[in-house]
Design a protein. Sequence first.
Length: 418
Amino acid sequence: MEPSLAAPLIDRRAVVTLFSRLRTANGQSNPLPFYADLRSMGSVVPAPWGGHLVNSFELCNQVLRDRAWQVPDSAWRLRQGEKTRWNSISSREMGRTLPALNPPHHTRVRQSIGNLFDRNSLEATKDSVERTTDRLFDRLAEELRENGEADFSALVSEELPSLTICEWLGLPIEDYALMRDLTHHQVFAQELLPSPSQLALSDTATLRLQEYFIDLVAKRRAEPGDDPISTWLRTWDGIESDPAKADEAVYLLALLVVLAAPETTSTLISTMVWLLLEHPLQLEWLRAHPQHLPDAVEEVLRYDSPNHIISRVAGEDTTLGGVRVSKDQMVHLMIGAANHDPAQHSEPDVFNIRRRATHLSFSGGIHYCLGAPLARLEATTVLSTLLRRMPSLRISSPPVWAPRVGFRRIASLGVVAG
Ligand code: HEM
């Protein structure tokens, strides 16, 4: 086979070094210089561990919208070999959920849940998001009064998305903390290059979540209500003649929602608060122009997306940006870098809430994030509550990022009252 056109031009060690540095505390606190280096190597760069890194906005966008590119589904995972990370318990289970399905299976499952957060259902959730946010700000105020300093991430960002999705799914309140802990561990399987110990944590969490949600679906079948799980059961009973298959489809939907919602939205909220407190003039402008709150959230999503990497595999031998990619090879869409592509954005490394931010942070094409309206609602609610209740809050210690490159996570964000 003809070699990749880009391969001879790239120093493999330079890419390895770049990713090692990206994983350090320094790299996580500001990945932008690393992304500039990556983009300077080309739009499509061979990944030292196999496959390619795609760095330009245009090519990432093209791949997401082109059906010739597929998600790594169960069949693809099996073809990688039993001993690979793709066949760990956690990865295999993720391989059965919506983001890892290709058409026609994907079309069928996606249609079964429809538009999760359309105008009406979002309106119903709005009250609960506002109430929970206010309660969390009460606790934040109390902590600031008592100790002078508080961790915004632990008290607000990590709590709101988790409480919201658990309440939306109708889970018992005493299980919320367990869900939050399990999802933190499970997400390791979705990292770029998880270590064996991270995969082991993820496997244990996956098995626990599996047990929990299979049991919950059985309870809802016995005693249906008007919660999403009962609604999905009614829908799937109309699709599948075998109730066991309907139960399994619903278990996989519940598992996915509880994994997709909290981790990403928590990072969005912490990143937003950090960026705006670091740019007080923009925060002040926003206070005077609250109609631009949604624009500020979009700029946060562009500037530092909760998820920096989306993966696809080639359905057939093909060419991308002049580089040959063979069937089944993986491409990592470096959306964190693409969102800063100077060919797409002017002054991409400047945080500016007054720009019309375009980004790939919720993906694109058929897998476009179904929870985007909920994530946006939670972020704008936190921002308006911050402006109303604590306009002079300040950062007291720099954020601490978890050492991950795919799914970003701010583990702590110290704040003080201004
Ligand atoms: C800021 C927060 C969020 C971000 C950045 C985010 C990001 C993403 C991305 C990038 C994808 C597509 C992955 C791919 O193309 O391979 C996705 C898919 C998905 N997200 Fe989100 N998400 C967020 C919040 C949520 C929430 C709150 C929910 C649910 C309540 C949710 C549910 C889903 C679902 C169900 C999919 C699968 C869609 C499909 O494959 O058809 N997400 N999300």
